[in-house]
Design a protein around this ligand. Structure first.
Ligand SMILES: NC(=O)C1=CN([C@@H]2O[C@H](COP(=O)(O)OP(=O)(O)OC[C@H]3O[C@@H](n4cnc5c(N)ncnc54)[C@H](OP(=O)(O)O)[C@@H]3O)[C@@H](O)[C@H]2O)[C@H](O)CC1
Ligand SMILES: [K+]
Length: 241
């Protein structure tokens, strides 16, 4: 069956409606569910075991994709993993992001900033995977620094250190897919609410694809032109392929 997708423009409109006056979700609610979904995908792909490494590097960007990453790190800590967050460009637009960082400190999760030696965690003998929560559906190429250099480093380690991308593989055009051969290739993609067109460009032999962000009813999905996804029980993610 063809993959159900919606464009970046429609995804932004869907988000706006969910958080608009009629539906009334808050960003905080949706982000909590989005971050929980990503954590659940990580747990499904790399089950926690006391006898193996459990360090996860979460790289958080300046927008809501980054916020999903901050939430994901907290849920990973709750699940026994040892997340380390690299958050080089902190958002001061709302106090909410600072609260998410406080919560991570409450869980004793290290949050590194610009100038810290984050690259030491790109060591596959110690780190299980990298969560790419840098940019989501509002990314507009070309990538600006410091994120270009970060992506370059991830490209060098991705064959040994798998990347789990949140919603969009960072650096890919949301509607067109990988802009050039220098783009990162995630081992796992967790599309939120519904995949965006770039998800049709993944090679399913190298990237496992999940959908998560389970927060809309059937009629709302149909209004935006896609069939709802058949999640099981209270699962927050569904593996598509
Ligand atoms: N319904 C849902 O599925 C939900 C999804 N969520 C997540 O939210 C993101 C979309 O979040 P948004 O804040 O709109 O945008 P991004 O996080 O993708 O990126 C915005 C920031 O990125 C900067 N940016 C954009 N392009 C570049 C670039 N080329 N180089 C450097 N920086 C860039 C941008 O900066 P500006 O200066 O351009 O403003 C922003 O700071 C979605 O994908 C999901 O992951 C929500 O959690 C809730 C529900
Ligand atoms: K991402």
């Amino acid at each position: 069956m063809a993959l159900r997708t919606i464009s970046s423009q429609l995804a932004a409109q869907l988000d706006k409606e969910l958080m608009g006056p009629e539906v009334g979700f808050t960003l905080e609610q949706l982000m909590e569910l989005a971050g929980l979904s990503v954590a659940q995908a990580v747990v499904k792909e790399f089950p926690y075991s006391e006898s193996r490494k459990s360090q996860v590097l979460v790289i958080a960007g300046p927008g809501n994709n980054g916020g999903d990453g901050l939430v994901c790190a907290r849920h990973l800590a709750l699940s026994g993993f040892q997340p380390v967050v690299y958050y080089p460009k902190r958002t001061t637009k709302t106090p909410f992001y600072a609260q998410l960082v406080n919560q991570l400190e409450f869980f004793k999760v290290p949050v590194l900033g610009a100038g810290d030696n984050w690259a030491q965690y790109l060591d596959h003998t110690k780190t299980l995977c990298v969560v790419d929560a840098i940019f989501g559906f509002s990314f507009k190429p070309p990538v600006r620094e410091p994120f270009g250099s970060i992506l370059e480093q991830l490209r060098h380690t991705q064959h040994e250190l798998p990347i789990v991308s949140v919603d969009i593989p960072t650096g890919w055009d949301v509607d067109e897919g990988p802009a050039d051969s220098d783009c990162i290739i995630p081992s796992v993609l967790v599309s939120l609410t519904v995949p965006k067109p770039c998800a049709t460009k993944i090679d399913t032999r190298e990237t496992h694809h999940y959908v998560g962000g389970r927060f809309i009813p059937r009629d709302f999905a149909l209004k935006y032109g896609f069939e709802p996804f058949p999640y099981e029980n209270l699962d927050q993610v569904l593996r598509l392929h």
